[in-house]
Write a protein that binds this ligand. Sequence first.
Ligand code: ADP
Ligand code: MG
Length: 419
Amino acid sequence: MAHFDIYAALKKHFGFTKFKGLQEEVVKSILNGHNTFVVMPTGGGKSLCYQLPALMQEGTAIVVSPLIALMKNQVDSLRALSSEEGIAHVLNSSLNKTEVKNVKNDIANGVTKLLYVAPESLTKEEYVAFLQTQKISFMAIDEAHCISEWGHDFRPEYRNLKSIIQRIGNDIPIIGLTATATPKVQEDILKNLNMPDANTFKASFNRPNLYYEIRPKTKNVDADVIRFVKQNEGKSGIIYCLSRKRVEQLAQALQVNGIKAVPYHAGLDGKTRVKHQDMFLMEDADVVVATIAFGMGIDKPDVRFVIHNDIPKSIESYYQETGRAGRDGGEGHCLAFYSYKDIEKLEKFMSGKPVAEQEIGHALLQEVVGFAETSISRRKFILHYFGEEFDNETGDGGMMDDNMRYPKKKHEAKDDAKQ
Ligand code: ADP
Ligand code: MG
């Protein structure tokens, strides 16, 4: 595929004139029919990596994705970019017979370039039998970390993908994409999809504009949070809490102190959730106090701080959640309150789970303890966790954390946290 064609297609289908990061190399790898593995942080532009080659090739690309909402979103935006309604479809259990027939027709007629399926739908005999008879350009496995028990979102259905892909067609190229790849998860994905030979493209996970800070969590955490928010008056921020109860309590404490804060958690009814989310996006509220239910698909570019009232259960979660700050490249202060008691609490939550899961959960938590208690650069720690070497002297954002900026305070903080 000539260089010129790829750029022309990028312009034609998406209206973009440039690729982001490693996109061009990934697109070429897919167009050449190679198994391909893509590791890019959230917002890196993974979708385009498979959408563009799918639009440029004959046949239909099958895209496996774990969330129906995400699939619908992508299909809608692809349709908006095209004059052809059938260019993209979702195949799932909510379709009636007529709708399924319509999807099948579009695929058979070569109209559909991208077919989104949930992994559990792909196990349906009827669909496998149909897809076997069609021209499939490649299979893209989005959020591929769902394959791994070491990932933050393990889904057993993802485990069977390789055998299903083989049944659909033996030599179909496979593309795995994820934003969460510790070396262990990465290994798991490649092994499970049986593609040790895959062309691997890994973008840096460094977010140089984010400032990382851990403070000991004391009884005065409410006052500490309120003071921080007041010092950042008028700026957008997210405060993550572990429990719904704590979300409500803290949101109220902030409101009482004159801060425009709204709560967000899965226990609120849908209407209230949408309202609070919109208030935050429209800046009628400065702060959203939330459980981890908040964030999936939220793309507010100017979130200036993310506070963790409770330390998350893994470095991946911490990275994802703090990653919602400073998307526009501007200031992003990531402040987490840490107490070893919270680690014990998280350990306790896991005690009802299967032993294998507990062991993994424990190992992930130990990394969090290491991170919270370290006196080395937080950025170096995070990047090392993701298998990336970072040099504070030469690396972008090398001084952007509490340990680097105020090296002495560390021991005090550590002792406090252990009390
Ligand atoms: P990811 O799946 O890696 O989190 P997305 O595929 O959702 O990221 O893309 C994030 C954003 O980047 C989207 O708004 C998308 O339109 C935009 N984007 C992707 N590629 C380009 C590009 N080449 N030029 C400009 N914007 C891009
Ligand atoms: Mg994505």
